[in-house]
Design a protein around this ligand. Structure first.
Ligand SMILES: Cc1cc2nc3c(=O)[nH]c(=O)nc-3n(C[C@H](O)[C@H](O)[C@H](O)COP(=O)(O)OP(=O)(O)OC[C@H]3O[C@@H](n4cnc5c(N)ncnc54)[C@H](O)[C@@H]3O)c2cc1C
Length: 370
């Protein structure tokens, strides 16, 4: 989010743009620990619109940024096991079509069996599939934006820890770092799972919590086609897709409590493994090569905050994507640049993604986040 926002600001000639990162390299937070999924299939119009803009950029990334985003349109297949979910997803497909994503389709069980013959479809009533959904590489996208931002004059400082935000009345005045102080009237909080702690430095309460999510990658699974769709069992959130020569498998632990930890929960890993073997029996012959944990950046309504805080002029927030933010980075940078420079985004109406919606009871309902 930081690299994209810096790029779109620099592209508009917004003056001095400075991207601060406490780690040695960019992309070592959630962006470096995610599954790389990109999709049009969301259940709220604003998320579909963020995808339409973002996937257009990601699928043309090499033409725009001289580096491939490694976009692989293998498709996303949602497996549905309850009639309620079938009804919801059919309505989602209509909404997605109306907004300009005509590629999403509802599939009957027999069509799913032809599409993914390796998957055990016990209990599956139907599903939705979009062939333009798929995978992309978070690191390439981050580097592409960062490099393009630099070329347009933005400055990127790593190993620079933001430790304080000074205010002058109800306005941002400066950022304090371990490398010194920077006077500024505009700060964009792109701190992902740590966005609330940056908010606290400015006296702005932000309801974003870090929540651990785990996944694992197997060694080579020759029987699994490399273009096998990203497959998601919606009721459990189990998902899997080809990754290199192996398979990447993840599942969300509904009981996970917020916390800033990458420690692996072996018990939940075994639950994930068990469910994965049920849906993709050929994994029985595979070996777990690598386990990873990362942090979702979760808001109470699973939607991001893309706005200026009403209580502090110049303090902007672009965080809280609740586990699907990598793919929305292009749109995020674009809309944040417009909010900062023009007062509102023309490209996509994100006015409902303000910070104050939580306190004022205007939360957004999204069911299609796993
Ligand atoms: C297991 C897992 C799977 C996922 N799968 C997908 C997926 O398939 N598709 C998808 O689109 N998304 C996915 N996501 C979500 C995605 O990773 C995040 O939404 C996205 O990376 C958020 O980007 P960000 O820039 O907001 O945060 P980050 O990438 O975390 O960046 C925040 C940066 O802020 C820096 N920072 C924090 N505090 C300070 C400070 N005080 N001073 C200076 N710098 C600071 C951090 O070091 C970090 O680099 C997944 C996430 C996880 C954990």
């Amino acid at each position: 989010m930081g690299a994209s926002t810096a790029y779109y600001l620099a592209q508009r000639g917004a003056g001095r743009v400075l991207l601060l990162e406490r780690e040695k390299f960019l992309g070592m937070g959630s962006t470096g620990r995610n599954a790389g999924g990109v999709r049009y299939q969301f259940s709220t119009p604003v998320n579909v619109r963020l995808s339409l803009f973002s996937l257009d950029v990601i699928s043309h990334f090499d033409e725009l940024f001289d580096i491939s985003a490694e976009y692989r349109p293998i498709g996303y297949l949602f497996l549905l096991t309850s009639l309620d979910d079938v009804t919801t997803f059919k309505a989602n497909v209509e909404m997605q079509h109306a907004l300009g994503a005509p590629w999403v389709r509802y599939l009957e069980r027999a069509e799913i069996a032809r599409l993914v013959p390796l998957v055990n479809l016990d209990g599956v009533l139907g599903g939705t599939f979009c062939p333009r959904d798929g995978l992309a590489d978070p690191n390439s996208v981050t580097q592409g934006f960062a490099q393009a931002a630099r070329v347009r004059g933005a400055q990127i400082e790593t190993e620079t820890n933001v430790m304080g935000i000074k205010t002058d009345g109800a306005r941002v005045a400066a950022v304090v770092t371990n490398q010194g102080e920077v006077a500024t009237h505009v700060v964009v909080n792109c701190a992902g799972p740590w966005a609330a702690s940056i908010g606290a430095l400015a006296g702005v309460e932000i309801p974003i919590v870090p929540v651990r999510r785990q996944f694992f990658i197997t060694d080579a699974v020759a029987e699994m086609p490399r273009d096998h769709p990203m497959t998601i069992e919606f009721s459990t959130s189990l998902y899997f897709h080809p990754e290199g020569p192996g398979v990447l498998v993840g599942m969300s632990n509904a009981d996970e409590r917020p916390g800033d930890t990458y420690a692996l929960d072996e018990e939940f890993h075994l639950q994930t493994l068990e469910r994965a073997l049920y849906r993709l029996p050929l994994l029985e012959h595979a070996r777990v090569a690598r386990q990873m944990a990362g942090l979702y950046e979760v808001t109470p309504d699973a939607h991001p905050i893309l706005a200026q805080a009403r209580a502090l002029r110049g303090f902007y927030i672009a965080a809280g994507f609740s586990g699907h933010g990598f793919q929305h980075a292009p749109a995020t940078g674009k809309v944040m640049s417009e909010i900062i420079l023009d007062g509102a985004s023309q490209t996509i109406d994100v006015s409902m993604l303000d910070l104050e919606r939580f306190a004022e009871g205007r939360m957004i309902r999204e069911v299609n986040v796993v």
